[in-house]
Design a protein around this ligand. Structure first.
Ligand code: ADP
Ligand code: MG
Length: 779
């Protein structure tokens, strides 16, 4: 004990010396000057005192005031200054990996150190931290995972939970766990940070914890709604003759294909009526809602271009921030703008993007100030709404939408849709324009639509399936899931909880009494959706690990198959070349990935991706996920060290197909053939359509009675994304039976029918599998 104490004391003194010499150096002074100019600095002493005196405090302050980069740093600095630096250990969570990384990078620069010294980060698949790291930025998911094995957070002195106003599921979950932990760890400090003023809610949750507001200053921002935007740009309603110029996002595009031609007039009328508020109110609420969703989408791309031209030609200098729904829209708009004579001229415009999966090098560019004659334009997702602050923004263009998952507990269907943002988000987006001087905000929707927005966004806990969450609750050993969740800030519906529990029972992660099974324990270690986790374990036990590893990694990252707007056909053809008539997007993914690995070995990966419309970045992410999953399964003893025997049957296509089915069940649709067309029906008899880039969408007929799919997406109609054709026998055997714990009787009965079962080596494997799976399922 006392030896350790001495070591830490010595290190604390070193830390103090390092800190002082940095603060006295010229660059260090310059940095301090900047930091002192932030609004948070004025509150520094008050904040430190409040944190010292209270176990929990809630801090609110406008985005950019210095919460994330400064507050954890104030604590670290004051501990270092008092000679206790090495004794303190601070964790600060972020909802998104990209902000954890970029903030850690920034804070270590402010401390004049390389990343991984006293400041580090940890996110899924990546992390930089050293033995001297005392301030760690991580995603909220990472902290939750750590709590599974380190229930008391031993050694941690301060926990910051940032961006709580977003009400992300992990944050709400963390608060329940931390609230309980605080009663056991009286010395632990919890600091909640929020960008909006709804601190009351959080303060009450923690028994009236003190609230501190950091007053910020922003310049006024002039707001223009669609009616003004049309006038300013001279963009004619009658000129939007192409309905499908916005929403290049894959799902939106499919929706556009559905748009009956006559709808165009209807939309034109609607927009006109919307601009004239009184006639808009004559529509029924439902019509209003369904038609209003077309407003920015039917004009968006060209309208955004028109607004950008207006700003570049007529307005004073200052950077522009454009809020869009997703990475695909962003990259399409970027391509369109690159071809524009003014906006695409690199001598006049610096065009940048900001989204969740950009590279770190790309990230830094958005903070740079370009040459005064060059206009910086940043196309961003709602990530730039609160977690990332770009200082020189003067103009904001807001399409009014964000992609958000919603969950329909009644139908047990998750939906991922671009939907209207809340009024709070719209205000937040507008505020981004007033950081350095008075700004302008262009909303691409009419004022009456804004009035109809919800005040705040629904917390994520109330709009997502709870499968993963419930599994994690179980592995925390905190008792009943229902009881635990009822302690949430806003508890989810009992039906949603029940659905999740039923699901976990069905896949064998929970037993009848809701206790975690062995399989459940393994699944809780895998940072993927439990059903994909199960697919992985099945792949290993069935000796076809490699291809399944690729499928699962692919399903848990973005789609690597790109679909550029102007080359849809070529891209579709390129993708179908990987499908080799096996009627499977999942197999196409496996082949594309394997081809990429080969090409990499030959040094032609770049060319390969280009030729096949593949995203190298996504393939790289899939590659890292594969590595991570196999480490975990190797540690758990499910995969052999060299994975040799786990791959004995990897070449067997029908086996791989069967395992895909076992993982994706009950995501299943029946194929209904008609004279010239096909339609698809899900278990609940709902009609679904295939997503346009699916290899199965290219066939007239499919020689399988069923398609299994991973994701159902509801737009106007329900679409299924990646799908794989499966036979009756596979479905009977792997769809239900194995999920419920194989029963020997069933197997004997079905044995004769199973196509892949005919192969004697497979029969042997199958019986062995049953044994192993039973072992797994045993407590
Ligand atoms: P908050 O968490 O309150 O939104 P931050 O602590 O993230 O604010 O940022 C405070 C200020 O630090 C921002 O206004 C910005 O000026 C500056 N800043 C943050 N990150 C960077 C960066 N990577 N590069 C340059 N400046 C940055
Ligand atoms: Mg912040």
């Amino acid at each position: 004990g006392s030896v350790m104490e001495k070591v830490l004391q010595r290190r604390s003194l070193q830390m103090r010396n390092t800190q002082r010499s940095w603060q006295e150096s010229p660059e260090g002074r310059k940095m301090m000057d900047f930091r002192k100019s932030l609004p948070a600095f004025k509150e520094k002493e008050r904040l430190l005192q409040a944190i010292a005196r209270n176990q929990v405090i809630v801090i609110s302050g406008e985005t950019g005031c210095g919460k994330t980069t400064q507050l954890p740093q104030y604590i670290l600095e004051s501990e270092i200054e008092s000679g206790r630096g090495a004794f303190c250990s601070i964790i600060c969570t972020q909802p998104r990996r990209i902000s954890a990384m970029s903030v850690a990078d920034r804070v270590s620069a402010e401390k004049g150190e390389p990343l991984g010294e006293s400041v580090g980060y940890k996110v899924r698949l990546e992390g930089v931290k050293g033995k001297n790291t005392h301030l760690l930025f991580c995603t909220s998911g990472i902290l939750l995972r750590r709590l599974l094995s380190d229930r008391n957070l031993d050694g941690i002195t301060h926990v910051f939970v940032d961006e709580i106003h977003e009400r992300g599921m992990n944050e709400d979950f963390l608060l329940i766990v931390l609230k309980d932990l605080l009663t056991r760890r009286r010395d632990l400090r919890l600091i909640l940070m929020s960008a909006t003023l709804n601190a009351e809610l959080f303060s009450n949750y923690f028994g009236g914890a003190p609230k501190i507001h950091i007053p910020g200053f922003t310049y006024p921002v002039r707001e223009h709604f669609l009616e003004d935007v049309l006038e300013i740009t001279g963009y004619k309603l009658s000129s939007f003759n192409q309905i499908d110029d916005y929403g290049q996002d894959k799902m939106w595009k499919t929706q556009k294909q559905l748009a009956p031609r006559k709808k165009k007039n209807q939309i034109t009328t609607l927009v006109e009526d919307a601009l004239n508020q009184s006639s808009f109110e004559n529509y029924s609420a439902r019509t209003r809602e369904s038609l209003a969703c077309w407003i920015p989408d039917c004009m968006g791309f060209n309208l955004i271009e028109a607004v950008l031209c207006h700003i570049c030609r007529k307005e004073r200098s200052g950077a522009v921030l454009v809020f869009m729904t997703g990475w695909e829209d962003i990259s399409c708009l970027r391509d369109q703008l690159k071809a524009h004579p003014l906006l695409g001229d690199p001598n006049r415009v610096l065009l940048l993007t900001c989204h969740g999966s950009m590279a770190t090098s790309e990230q830094k560019l958005i903070f740079d100030k370009p040459h005064p004659n060059i206009r910086k334009i940043v196309l961003a997702t709602n990530m730039a709404e609160a977690s990332i602050t770009i200082n020189d923004i003067v103009f904001v263009i807001d399409c009014g939408k964000a992609k958000e998952t919603t969950y329909d507990a009644l139908n047990n269907t998750p939906c991922l849709l671009p939907s209207w943002i809340s009024q709070a988000s719209a205000r937040q987006r507008r505020g981004r324009a007033g950081r350095v001087q008075p700004g302008e905000c262009y909303h691409l929707y009419p004022n009456c639509v804004y009035e109809a927005f919800a005040e705040y966004q629904l917390p994520e806990l109330l709009r997502t399936p709870l499968n993963s969450l419930c599994l994690q609750i179980k592995s925390l050993e905190v008792g009943s899931i229902g009881e635990f969740l009822s302690a949430a800030l806003q508890p989810p519906e009992p039906l949603a909880v029940q659905n999740a529990i039923e699901f976990l029972k069905m896949i064998g992660a929970l037993d009848e009494r809701e206790n975690l099974t062995n399989l459940g324990k393994y699944l809780s270690m895998l940072p993927v959706d439990p059903k994909l986790g199960k697919m992985l374990i099945m792949g290993a036990l069935f000796h076809c690990f490699d291809p399944i590893l690729t499928v699962v990694s692919g399903l848990s990252s973005r789609d690597p198959f790109l679909l550029p707007q102007d080359k849809k056909d070529l891209a579709g053809t390129a993708k179908s070349r990987f499908s080799a008539k096996d009627y499977s997007d999942h197999m196409a993914l496996v082949r594309a990935y394997e081809g990429w690995k080969d090409a990499e070995r030959e040094g032609s990966a770049y060319e390969y991706c280009w030729r096949n419309f593949l995203s190298a970045q996504t393939l790289q992410a899939i590659h890292s996920l594969r590595k991570q999953f196999s480490y975990i399964l190797r540690d758990a003893g499910i995969v052999d060290a060299d994975a040799g025997s786990n791959n004995r049957l990897s070449h067997n296509q029908s086996l791989v197909r069967a395992i895909i089915c076992s993982g994706l069940y009950p995501g299943i649709a029946s194929v209904v053939h008609r004279e010239t067309s096909m339609s698809f029906k899900t278990m609940d008899d709902g009609q679904v359509l295939l997503y346009a880039n699916s290899v199965n969408a290219r066939y007239q007929t499919i020689p399988y009675p069923w398609l299994v799919f991973g994701e159902k997406v509801k737009v106007n109609t329900v679409f299924i994304r990646d799908s794989t054709g499966v036979s009756d026998s596979i479905l009977i055997l792997l769809g239900g039976a194995i999920s419920c714990g194989l029963q020997a009787g069933h197997l004997k009965m079905l044995g004769g029918y199973i196509d892949f079962f005919m192969d004697p080596s497979l029969a042997e494997c199958y019986l062995k599998l049953k044994e192993e799976l039973d072992k797994l399922l045993e407590k």
